[in-house]
Design a protein around this ligand. Structure first.
Ligand code: UD1
Ligand code: CA
Length: 470
């Protein structure tokens, strides 16, 4: 199939995303498809994958409780229809059908499978088109078939039906080919079976999967696109699935960084890097680092061990070439380290820039700070950026030396080449080339220690009396 023809066919596609289930197995007050997962909700991931196919229409079926939020968050990507009671996946599709009864073909997906990739959906579409099938669906061969629906084939390998876990016999439960919950239906195939469904099964739900048996019995062509593992189709039904999905994502990311991007990761099992992070070659990530959100790291950067970076969509983190971060540093959104800057132990940064070759090596908080080149931030330095109501900026110009334990009360400007005395509380701007000193002067009392020791050694009057009585 040529690319243009595929594109033509895709533009006839109506996608239905099922997202109205109760998600009871998550044991949460949050609805399942809105669970956060790598910076989006579960349904947000599916919408992105589907959107890149440029279908003609995307309809998501949601619960009444989620309608407003869904429209607000994803209104530009999809139409939403409500399933007032979660009576099963078949019932959910009926709700979408009511507003889209005359589309050429329907792609039906579940809202709880965030790892699916657009290229896999495209492959499913190609199978569907090439084989002129009435239905094509994705299955996967898995080690543990868990609670997925089992794919039943006849002795010649032809598809027979899907049996749900709850309805499966012990023998059927042993089957290791499972239903991914991702289908393409021709209009007629869906129309002729969707309203024939019932809920006579163990879950008392209207199963979409029952349409397939009916379509086969009507002589329809059913094709399977079979994956050789569970990774992309993983359905998030409980918190264990959620953690499995995350570990798949982290593992894939680490592998990509090591094999494609030339990054050394000392202990991939204990390194958690979000797919949105980019890292340049010859950088090294030491154990127990957690990097979340849009983060760009240059070449030859040394990170860890025990570094946490959390960037926001609107507050990315940038680490330029040659920087060193860690151990035990916390970089939050809006941190920008310029070339060869160093951030060390127990240093927290937020919305702050540290200039080229500048260093903040120990025990500091740098928030809303603009720090120039070759600046030394002494141990224990704190920018006091917040007065309880507002945030204020601290500017530290090039080549400033900030001595240890300085308290810098913002708004503040420290001019270039100036020097802040250790232990100072600086509340006023410091001009260029100056010394800023903001602490009480030391007094030395000569001989004081000797005198105080003598005093404690001299017996008191009462002690003397006691001694005389003995
Ligand atoms: C479903 C399939 C199963 C498949 C698995 C793949 C059915 C009957 N079973 O099982 O064969 O192996 O997905 O992940 O289809 N939903 C609604 N309304 C409802 C019920 C569910 O919108 O009334 C939505 C859910 O929000 C979810 C999706 O449909 O996103 C699947 O529902 P879920 O209950 O998770 O089905 P599974 O038991 O996983
Ligand atoms: Ca599921």
């Amino acid at each position: 199939m040529t690319e243009n023809k595929t594109q033509d066919s895709l533009s006839r596609l109506c996608v239905i995303i099922l997202a109205a289930g109760q998600g009871k197995r998550m044991k949460s007050s949050e609805s399942k498809v809105f669970f956060p997962f790598l910076g989006k909700s579960l349904i947000g991931h599916i919408l992105d994958a589907v959107n890149s196919l440029s279908p003609h229409r995307i309809i998501a079926v949601v619960s009444p409780l989620d309608l407003e939020r869904a429209q607000k968050t994803y209104g530009s990507l999809a139409e939403f229809v409500v399933q007032s009671e979660a009576k099963g996946t078949g019932d959910a599709v009926q709700k979408a059908w009511e507003i889209a009864p005359s589309e050429d073909c329907y792609m039906i997906l579940c809202g709880d499978t965030p790892l699916i990739q657009d290229k896999t959906l495209l492959s499913l579409f190609e199978v569907f088109d090439k084989t002129h099938s009435d239905v094509a669906l994705i299955s996967a061969r898995v080690e543990q078939a868990k609670m997925y629906g089992r794919i039943i084939r006849d002795s010649t390998g032809n598809f027979q039906e899907i049996v749900e876990f709850k309805d499966a016999t012990p023998e059927e439960k042993l089957i290791q080919e499972v239903n991914a919950g991702m289908y393409l239906f021709k209009h007629k195939a869906l129309e002729s079976t969707l309203y024939c469904l019932n809920n006579k099964n163990a879950a008392k739900e209207i199963y979409l999967t029952d349409t397939l048996k009916d379509i086969r019995q009507q002589g329809g062509i059913i094709s399977l696109y079979t994956l050789d593992n569970e990774e992309e189709i993983l359905g998030i039904n409980n918190r264990k699935d959620l953690s499995t999905a995350l570990s798949i994502v982290y593992r894939r990311k680490n592998e990509h960084l090591m094999l494609e991007d030339g990054v050394t990761i000392i202990d991939p099992d204990n390194t958690f890097i979000d797919p949105r992070v980019e890292i340049g070659s010859d950088s090294i990530i030491k154990p127990f680092c957690y990097l979340e959100g849009p983060i760009t790291i240059g070449t030859n950067v040394d990170i860890g061990p025990y570094v946490c970076m959390r960037a926001g969509e609107k507050d990315p983190i940038i680490i330029e070439a040659g920087c060193r971060v860690g151990p035990f540093s916390s970089l939050r959104g809006g941190t920008h380290l310029k070339e060869n800057a160093h951030v060390g132990t127990y240093v927290e940064m937020k919305k702050s820039t540290l200039g080229k070759k500048s260093k903040a090596m120990h025990l500091s908080y740098l928030g809303d700070a603009e720090i120039g080149h070759e600046v030394n931030i002494g141990a224990g330095t704190i920018t006091c950026n917040y007065d309880g109501e507002q945030k204020y900026k601290t500017t530290i110009e090039d080549r400033v030396f900030v001595g240890s334990d300085a308290i810098l009360v913002a708004p503040l400007n420290i001019g270039h080449d100036s020097y802040i005395a250790a232990g100072s509380t600086i509340t006023q701007d410091v001009p260029d080339h100056s010394l800023g000193l903001g602490r009480s002067r030391q007094i030395n009392k000569t001989g004081w220690r000797k005198r105080s020791i003598q005093k404690t050694e001299e017996p008191s009057l009462s002690q003397k009396k006691e001694e005389n009585h003995e």
